[in-house]
Design a protein around this ligand. Structure first.
Ligand SMILES: [Zn+2]
Length: 93
């Protein structure tokens, strides 16, 4: 539905987990897609296409309009961090 290219500034980038595929922590795309009649999902995808929420949409941020505004993007980035850390702790492929 929507997408927005992100280039994280240094202070935010330092708090962002690097992509497990390409180690990038600056270039991302925020995406949104409709998941129900009155709800949209928002998630973060790496520049290389890696999306830690792909296997389960459960972790994506839900928003009525799916607007890619700053609060939603920051929440989606928190999910990214959370997912990457969990993968690293668990049995990541
Ligand atoms: Zn990547």
């Amino acid at each position: 539905m929507g997408q927005k290219k992100l280039h994280l500034k240094t202070d935010l980038s330092m708090r962002t987990e690097p992509c497990p595929q390409c180690q990038n922590r600056e270039q991302f795309t925020a995406r949104s897609a409709q998941c129900a009649e009155d709800a949209c999902e928002i998630w973060i995808e790496c520049a290389c296409g890696f999306d830690p929420t792909r296997e389960s949409g459960l972790y994506r941020v839900e928003d009525v309009w799916g607007s890619l505004d700053v609060p939603n993007i920051l929440t989606a980035l928190e999910v990214w961090n959370e997912r990457i850390t969990t993968r690293r702790r668990g049995n990541a492929p």
